[in-house]
Design a protein around this ligand. Sequence first.
Ligand code: MG
Ligand code: MG
Length: 264
Amino acid sequence: MVHLKSAEEVQIIKESAQILGRTHAEVAKLIKPGVKTQRLDEVAEQYIRDHQGIPSFKNYGGFPASLCISVNEVVVHGFPSGYELKEGDVISVDCGVQYKGYHSDSAYTYPLEGVNEEILLLLNRTLDSLYLGIDQAKAGNRIGDVGFAIQNYVEQFGYGVVRELVGHGVGKKLHEDPEVPNYGKRGKGVKIVPGMVFAIEPMINMGTKNVVQERDGWTIRTKDRKPSAHFEHMVGVYEDGTEVLTTHEFLEEAYLYKWRNKSR
Ligand code: MG
Ligand code: MG
């Protein structure tokens, strides 16, 4: 069942998303070779709690941390750890904030310097695909239009679209209906109506779309161990348009390596 949000609820979600966006920026400042990923998690949790938020992920279904940190062939749901980032890595940081009872959720994949050109293209194209999905997330369209836009764009490059994990409604719960797959057919699926708030989050693999879950019960990696990219925004759908509720603006300012090739 889809819970439609009032204007007041969307306003609180936007406040939650502002804290989230600033949390991402605090993390982005620290991403460089030599940093342990658990340090990023500590900084994120502290920032969220200092701003009257609660880390949405911590203890969610037993997840042990405030961030999902997914390096290289890890697609999503990796644990922060003693792993030290190194040149040429890519690291996806996914974070959620609960504020005044409402969640926000967004993710970004950072290339470290020294990453190869092929991986930079994967990241740029995955981020482009997120915005192509967002363009379709408007009242009157269907959820399949969003997934189609993402899939149709990235598959031309031979990339794999992860099937097992999908975007989702967000509100009082971190994961609500509808599910928002990154694949689909035009004109199919749940109708998009004003009041919907949902996350769009393409998870795009350099190689095969197939993934495996590690024995820890969380970490999802690519079956062929090729790298993967993950970017996530939340949108609010109104009668007269759609608003991106989360922001990557602060983290893009904070991250020193300016890698993004704005192709659209
Ligand atoms: Mg999400
Ligand atoms: Mg997320």
